[in-house]
Design a protein. Structure first.
Length: 249
């Protein structure tokens, strides 16, 4: 696999600059015992079935695990979606991602990310990316938060029909917003852009979650994915709308 010298050099520069200005790196420890990390997560499941002139069924699930620590945060998720129409599979997609954040202050952090998507009907066997870059929390209150991230990275895609491997350097841009509307309702919005010379991919996800009781909630999710350059007989834009039951722990 070709390793990009440009991506590695830029990533090293980002980490070096952030570390050089980090109060956590140069300041003396002010507490003897750091706070214990907090683990949490959620599991989601949704299904739709119709009968009559057309029989359809759809099942989608998601599992997320996260860790909030003094210096390191960890976020991961796995997603699966499968749909059938008249006993013929019409949609089959799997997605996984991990992100490690090294915090240097209340607002600044280094974001290390990797993800892979396998969509049977996208024209690709898989699409994967990895990046290391800088993140900044613009807003951080009990009600709202807004993070922005920018990172050099690397993308590797495998075409389904030919088996050809496409590799290129990318610039990853990300935005993450959360708003606690009230004690039982939360709005979230994420947007990502993986910008490359040969191809660029844009994703957005909008979510609205309403609490049913202490651990259970319902969630509405709308996703859009746009790919600049797609394989033949494949559409540039994919959208998903989901209704799921969420269990948080």
């Amino acid at each position: 696999m070709r390793h990009s010298a440009l991506s590695i050099a830029l990533s090293s520069l980002v980490v070096s600059l952030a570390t050089a200005h980090s109060p956590l790196v140069h300041a003396e420890e002010t507490t003897d015992t750091p706070a214990a990390p907090v683990w949490g997560g959620s599991a989601e499941l949704g299904t739709i079935a119709t009968t009559g002139n057309t029989e359809t069924s759809s099942l989608n699930g998601k599992f997320a695990l996260n860790r909030d620590g003094t210096q390191w945060d960890f976020n991961s998720k796995l997603e699966a979606l499968r749909s059938e129409e008249d006993d013929v599979t019409s949609k089959e997609k799997y997605y996984g991602s991990v992100q490690f954040d090294r915090k240097f202050s209340e607002h600044s952090y280094i974001a290390i990310t990797a993800d892979q998507e396998r969509d049977r009907f996208s024209g690709y066997t898989y699409q994967s990316t990895a990046s290391v870059g800088y993140g900044y929390r613009l807003v951080h209150t009990d009600v709202q938060h807004l993070d922005i991230e920018a990172a050099p990275g690397y993308r590797r895609d495998k075409l389904q029909d030919s088996g050809k491997i496409d590799e290129e350097d990318i610039i990853r841009l990300a935005l993450k917003y959360g708003w606690k509307i009230n004690d039982g309702t939360t709005f979230t919005q994420t947007a990502n852009a993986d910008l490359g010379a040969g191809n660029s991919i844009y994703k957005t996800e909008t979510g609205l979650q309403s609490q049913l009781n202490g651990a259970l909630a319902t969630k509405l999710t709308y996703k859009v994915k746009y790919v600049d350059d797609v394989p033949e007989d494949t559409k540039n834009t994919d959208t998903e709308f989901g209704v799921t039951l969420v269990y948080s722990f």
